[in-house]
Write a protein that binds this ligand. Structure first.
Ligand SMILES: [Zn+2]
Length: 323
């Protein structure tokens, strides 16, 4: 049995244990309840839990965007993924917002889709932890943990498979890319996910900026500064931690005012960013793909397990996804 098979077996065992302890579950009535009571009432989603999209589809969206021919009148491809770490699917209540990035995209004709993390849709037991590193790594590489190897936090990915940040620059499809975060587990810590990929970019002299900010305000300021540049990076990935922080400290729940506040703060940051993008002097000539998504949900003050609350996330985009 190789290491991956062992780890997979360990996850499955742990997941089953969690199900038996907490009763999270592989129970279709849970699905119906979550959908009916929480998600359906939001009236924002194009699909249902049964037809939820795999989060790796975000990778395809960005790849296809850069591969597609430029529309008439456009001279430049640009894309941004705005990440809300720890955003549950049922938090996407745009009607509660004064301003919001998702609200703006939807008002402008964008769409919202239910998606899942964990490698396989609920109610099947997840194959990778519903944790930060596996989730974002699946979004950035278009692969699940059986291929990218990051089944949990605190693991370093081999250089391959490359993330979009590096592959777009290496292939010449993007002149430059940028990764703005505040969680040190992405590429700062010794056991960070993209430590080797960052090193690879530095050795090759690739135009990929990896920047870790002190906090969400710092990430916001760095992203705002980036999109204000006339020659801003062609692909930008930025992750806000408001929701994850609120969830871990006071509970991942839409009944928790602090979690909802974290959502409103994330949405305001995204709104300001999208407004700044749309105010660019060259915006009319640019073909932008804008995506807002999350890496995992949460339950109680944790995530990582197989529950529907941890598994269901959202993808909001200004471009339609064929279902
Ligand atoms: Zn996370």
């Amino acid at each position: 049995m190789n290491l991956m098979a062992l780890l997979t077996a360990a996850i499955t065992a742990l997941s089953s244990l969690l199900v038996s302890i907490f009763g999270y579950g592989a129970d279709l009535t849970d699905t119906a309840k979550y959908f009916q009571s929480r998600v359906k009432n939001l009236q924002v989603y194009e699909n249902t839990i049964e037809t939820a999209l795999p989060q790796i589809i975000v990778y395809d969206l960005v790849s296809e965007h850069f591969d597609a021919p430029l529309p008439d009148g456009k001279t430049e491809k640009k894309a941004i993924i705005i990440g809300f770490d720890g955003g549950r699917a049922d938090v996407l209540d745009i009607s509660s917002l004064e301003v919001g990035g998702s609200k703006l995209l939807l008002e402008q004709g964008g769409k919202a889709y239910l998606a899942y993390t964990g490698g396989v849709n609920f109610p099947k037991i997840n194959r990778q932890f519903t944790s930060t590193a596996p989730g974002w790594c699946s979004i950035l590489t278009g692969k699940w943990a059986n291929e990218h190897g990051i089944i949990n936090n605190g693991m370093t990915k081999a250089v391959e498979p490359l993330t979009l940040l590096t592959s777009l620059v290496e292939s010449g499809k993007a002149d430059s890319t940028m990764f703005q975060v505040s969680w040190r587990g992405h590429f700062v810590n010794d056991d960070s996910t993209y430590k080797l990929e960052k090193q690879y970019c530095e050795e090759k002299g690739l135009n990929v900026v990896f920047n870790c900010n002190p906090d969400d305000e710092g990430t916001h300021a760095s992203l705002m500064a980036a999109v204000a540049e006339a020659d801003c990076p062609d692909f930008i990935m930025g992750i806000f931690e408001h929701l994850d922080k609120a969830g871990h400290s006071t509970g991942f729940s839409v009944n928790n005012p602090k979690y909802r506040k974290g959502y409103a703060e994330s949405e305001r940051a995204a709104y300001e960013l999208i407004c700044a993008i749309q105010a660019r002097e060259t915006y009319a000539q640019e073909d932008w793909l804008i995506v807002i998504t999350s890496d995992h949900g949460g339950i109680s003050t944790m995530h990582g397990g197989p529950s529907i609350q941890e598994r269901m996330i959202f993808i909001v985009t200004n471009k339609e996804i064929a279902l």
